[in-house]
Structure formats: C-alpha cells, structure tokens
Design a protein around this ligand. Sequence first.
Ligand SMILES: [Fe+2]
Length: 244
Amino acid sequence: MRQMIATDWHTHILPGLDDGSRDPQESLAMLQSIASQGVSAAVLTPHFYPQNESPGRFLERRETARFRLEKAIAGRADEGIDLPVRILGAEVYYFDELGGMDAEELSALCIGDTRILMVEMPMDPWDHRVFACLEKLIYQRKIQPLVAHIDRYYRAVKDKEALDALIGEGLLVQLNASAFQGQLSRRKAIRWIQDGRVHRIGSDCHNMRDRKPELSGAIEVIRRQFGEEALAMYFAGVEGQIDG
Ligand SMILES: [Fe+2]
C-alpha cells in the first residue's frame, strides 16, 4: 500500500462525550481503521453546543475523555499497534455571539495549537448575521473558522459571493468524505472543489457501525481527479497551518 501523510480533519473518536464513540474500545477500533487507510493523524472534534453547556464544562469533559482514550492506548502499548496522532479540537455549534467568546476559551476550542476553529453551521440559509459573525472571528479575534461538512449546506449558502469573499479572507471549508459516495453527491463535491470552496476533508466518523471512518473512497477520487498535490492539501497536517 502507498504510504502517505494525511490527516482526518473531522472525527468523533473521543469516548463517551457526544453521539460519537461510546467507549475507549470503540475509539481504538476507529483509530485503527483510520491508520489502516494510510492516514497518520486524526483531529478529535467532539460536538460542543454552547447553548447547552459552558465552554469550561465542555473542556473539562473533553479532558476526561482524552485521558480515558490515552489510558486505553497506553494499556495496549506492548501490542505495537500503529495509531494516528491525535489532535484535540471541537465542533462548535454556531451561535450569533460566537465572536464574543472569552479569548482563552476560544483558543482552547481551536484545533491543536492553531487558531483554526471548527464551526457547525445552522441548516437555515446563512443570513447577514452569520457572515458578520464569521467576519468578526477572522478580523477581530484572529480566528480562522473551519466550516464543518459543507456538503450539508450547499443550499443554505445562498450568497456564494459572500462565501467566496470570506474564503479570500481566510475562512476554511471542510467536506465530509461521504460526499464522494453516490454519483450526484460526488459530482457536487467535485464542483465545490473545482470552485475553490473546499480546503480540508474529514470522515466525520462517529462509530464503527453506521458512521465508520471511511476515507479511502474520497482519497481515491481526489487522487484520480486532482492529483497527489491536491490530495496532500485536502488532508494536510495540522502543524504549521496558521500562526497566532
Ligand atoms: Fe461532526
């Protein structure tokens, strides 16, 4: 198998935290599955719903889940299993006051040591408030929002020009690997890529049953349609993405 450096940008691998992995065993199976597809890093992006929970409480729970997972991994260290590197992040549900969040909490929710913040957008059409909020994050808070699974919002983004303008200012867009399944969906995903509206790809895996980590299909399509260089970009490593 061809060896490659790649990152799964969207996963719900941390155990017992959201609707993702139920326990450390399932998390380990998910990590092993990712590794078996030649992927060397996984960004851990558990759901954070600011309307239900304080950032502090969420970060505490995330730390507990991280500890459980790392303990389980350490417990199997003598088996010599090769697992992807784990990078902490969150999938923060959008709210209009996101741009006004406490600086420390905002930084803690970003991916690894970067200023990249994954945001789950509303399903309703994005209005001026949404664009203003994303703009505030970029300009005032020096945050680079990463819009999660754009494949769910093709219709919600009515104003493509406003989206492109934000992309020009640093907004990042993530596509789910599952968007490459099915002819129509694949065609749309490819169109969005061709239009420069996709920057990262993730599995958005939740478990080992119906929402498994499946990246190989997407990797194959990207490689065939856009080549190795594009592949490296969509699955780029997290290190050195952006400085503060
Ligand atoms: Fe997700």
